[in-house]
Design a protein around this ligand. Sequence first.
Ligand code: NAD
Length: 291
Amino acid sequence: MQIGFIGLGNMGGPMAANLVQAGHHVTGFDLAAPMPQGVTAASSAAEAAERADVVITMLPNGAILRAVAQEIIPAMAEGAGFVDCSTVDVESARAVASQAEEAGLLPVDAPVSGGVGGAAAGTLTFMAGGSEQAFNKAQPLFEIMGQKAVHCGGAGNGQAAKICNNMILGITMIGTCEAFALADKLGLDRQAMFDVVSTSSGYSWTMNAYCPAPGVGPQSPADNGYQPGFAADLMLKDLRLSQQAAEAADADTPMGAAARDLYARFVEAEDGAGKDFSAMLPRFEKRGRGA
Ligand code: NAD
């Protein structure tokens, strides 16, 4: 297949490399990132998109996606797939999809979970929104870049699934970290805390698979000085998207709002920038109720 790939950063670079490895012809464009081996460099996004059977975008945010879409949609051949794997606001995803559909393209919003490690290993999970026909066109590529793709419904529903999942993740991480910090102050050993909670009703992915306490549970960023992993900055981005969507849909999400505010403080006013999102634990550890 002839693939155009726009946005070859930390995630897009290894994803494009996996498509090349699987035998596809990939033409790429990025404003700054180097081309992965085997990817043919284009001089513009439009050039990467013309003649492509499928164009994949992996960009920082909705405003950039809208600008890139504006440029590539007129260049793309009718019937081509337009798969946006970036995490963006639901509104931008739906606006771009309707513009693409009007031009006779097959758009899918397909944000991912699995991070940079999953992108390199080809084990991402895709959450996809779009028509059946558009999803089916993208499916063989999802199989190369990931291990699972869930078709969540119409345009924007992939983004909706992503931000709802990450809202739960942010809230749960905070809950797990504050419980560890409380347990410390009550004199409870962290290993004992893990042994009980990981097999009791407080269990969760953040406790069982990504434990924020160093030396406890499976290997996680906590065991590596809280190097990301999944950066607190990216969690903040996703929590902001969840609250933007909640406002637009008039949904009451008090815990999501609290999690957004806490990650905003951690990243922008404290020392959380560049750390894994589980570094909330050392943050709580240092504080008392007055802080
Ligand atoms: P990144 O900043 O490393 O990559 C984005 C790339 O887009 C950069 O190389 C940048 O130069 C390029 N770019 C920006 N504007 C452009 C334009 N107009 N034309 C062409 N290229 C342009 O970010 P990333 O970590 O690869 O993340 C990409 C997306 O994936 C984001 O939406 C992010 O939220 C999402 N995501 C990231 C992770 C992660 O762990 N990094 C996990 C899940 C989802």
